[in-house]
Design a protein around this ligand. Structure first.
Ligand code: C5P
Length: 234
C-alpha cells in the first residue's frame, strides 16, 4: 500500500456515515475509511462489512489492550472482518503484541496490517509522570514503544506527524507511520494541539494521514478530501 489519506468517520450511526459516504459515490478514488470505537460500538461488525462492500479500504481503530490471550482471540475474530489495518496499545507489552499478531494471522498466512498506539497524543509529560509514574521524556517513551512494536513484528505505529521522521529513523523507513492531527493551513485546529498540514506531513515522511473534521465537517467534504489527496499524495 502506498501513501493515502484515511478519513476518520467519527459518526455514531450507520445512517450518518452512509449520508457522508454517499457524497463520494462518483469519486474515482474511494476514500480509505477509519472506523473508531464510536461507530463500531453503535453499529457492530455489520457496519464494517457494509463499508467494505461499498469498496472502501478500512482501518479499524479499536485500540485493543488486555491480557495476551484475550487480545489474541479478539484479533482472530476481527481478522475475519477482512479489514486492511487494525491496532492495539503498545503499553500492553511485547507479549500482548506478539499474541495479537498470532491471532490476526489467518490459516493461509495473510493478515491485516497491525499498528500500535504509543502514548496517546492527549497524554502529556505531566500526566505521564503523575498518573503513570513514567519519568522519562515523552519523546523517548514514544520511540521506545515504537521499537517494542517493531521488535514484536508489527507493521507500524499511530503517531503525531511531528514524530514520524524520528520513528522512521528509529524503526526503519518501511515501518509505517499513521498520523492524525492534520489540518489545512487556513483551517480550524479544534481540540488538536500539535498539528501539521497534509503537505508538511508528506514532507516529513508520514505514510498515511488520518483526517477527520477538516473533511467530515467541511461545507464541501468531497472538495476537502480532494485537497488532502492533492497535498499529501500529489
Ligand atoms: O477530527 P480529527 O481530524 O481531529 O480526527 C482525528 C482522528 O484521529 C480521530 O478519530 C481521533 O480519535 C484520532 N486520533 C487522534 N490522535 C491520536 C490517535 C487517534 O487524533 N493520537
Amino acid at each position: 500500500m502506498g501513501k493515502d489519506v484515511i478519513v476518520a468517520c467519527d459518526f455514531s450511526s450507520a445512517e450518518a456515515v452512509f449520508d457522508f459516504l454517499d457524497k463520494f459515490k462518483d469519486e474515482a478514488r474511494k476514500p480509505f475509511v477509519k472506523i473508531g470505537m464510536e461507530l463500531y460500538y453503535a453499529e457492530g461488525p455489520e457496519i464494517v462489512r457494509e463499508i467494505k462492500r461499498r469498496g472502501h479500504k478500512i482501518f479499524l481503530d479499536l485500540k485493543l489492550h488486555d491480557i495476551p490471550n484475550t487480545v489474541k482471540k479478539a484479533m482472530a475474530v476481527l481478522s475475519r472482518l477482512d479489514v486492511d489495518i487494525t491496532n492495539l496499545h503498545a503499553g500492553g507489552t511485547k507479549r500482548m503484541m506478539q499474541a495479537a499478531l498470532e491471532g490476526l494471522t489467518r490459516e493461509d498466512g495473510t493478515r491485516p496490517l497491525l499498528i500500535a498506539v504509543t502514548q496517546l497524543t492527549s497524554t502529556d509529560q505531566e500526566a505521564m509522570e503523575s498518573d503513570l509514574l513514567i519519568r522519562e521524556p515523552i519523546d523517548k517513551v514514544v520511540m521506545h514503544y515504537a521499537k517494542c512494536a517493531e521488535e514484536s513484528g508489527l507493521d507500524g505505529v499511530v503517531c503525531s506527524p511531528l514524530e514520524a521522521g524520528k520513528v522512521h529513523d528509529t524503526c526503519g523507513k518501511d515501518f509505517l507511520t499513521v498520523t492524525p492531527g492534520v489540518r489545512f493551513a487556513d483551517g480550524d485546529i479544534g481540540d488538536q494541539k500539535r498539528v501539521m498540514t497534509p503537505a508538511a506531513a508528506k514532507e516529513i515522511g508520514s505514510d498515511y494521514i488520518v483526517v477527520g473534521r477538516p473533511i467530515t465537517q467541511a461545507d464541501d467534504p468531497v472538495a476537502a478530501y480532494r485537497r488532502c489527496v492533492e497535498e499529501f499524495v500529489g
